[in-house]
Design a protein. Sequence first.
Length: 265
Amino acid sequence: MKLIITSIEAQKRPHRFNLYLNQTFAFGISEDTLISFQLHKGQTISQKVLEQIRNDEQINQAYQASLNYLTYRMRSSAEVKKKLRSKDYPDDIISATISKLKQQNLLNDYQFALAYLKTMQKTASKGPYEIKKKLQEKKIPPELIEKAFNEYDLQNEQELLVKLVEKYLTHYQDCSFKEKITKTKQRLMIKGFTSTSIDTALVKISPDEDPEQETQVLQKLLSKTWQRYNSLPVAKRKQKAKQFLFRKGFPLEKIDQALIEMTEN
């Protein structure tokens, strides 16, 4: 059966047309597809060409959907693929669309990784491990992640770490000096910073133990712990208090001294 284009009508949407074959509506096409295949009324086309037109039109629609998705911010290839799959485009159409976007440099996973790295360093207070983890979740190829990290700003990291160390040391002021340092390091490691970088920042700050504050914190915690175990015999009560305070980073001699002072009063 011959396929003859009997009409091409403009849609209300700009740059879109309705294609009629043998007096019957076939499907909508874009202006790009119309021009690419040089379609015109009265033209006879084969079934093979018709399938090519359908295929190109699907790619064009997926391409336009991708452009709209990319308008808001940069995306990784995996993010665009996921978006197109949510719109039920078949895998071959998605692959062709991704290739087209990459050829036009509208999709570039290295540039995405680099921009994401710099943004996270400036605004999110995240260390390299956490940033790499996020890029891996976005399915950026490992070699592109490593390439982007050649631009990792170590000076910026140290400036940020110094601020964060000072912030957390103040936050944990009701802890022993030892626990204060431990919790600060743990908090920063959760954020993805390396122990080496954290230690470097701590050396720059050189926090000193304040004996008076340390004594006050010890006495405050001891008082709370002593009340917690008030139903126990004194010997057992002392043992529980010592165990708790030792875990909190206080030396045994200071704990013993605080216990003596408290029980004698």
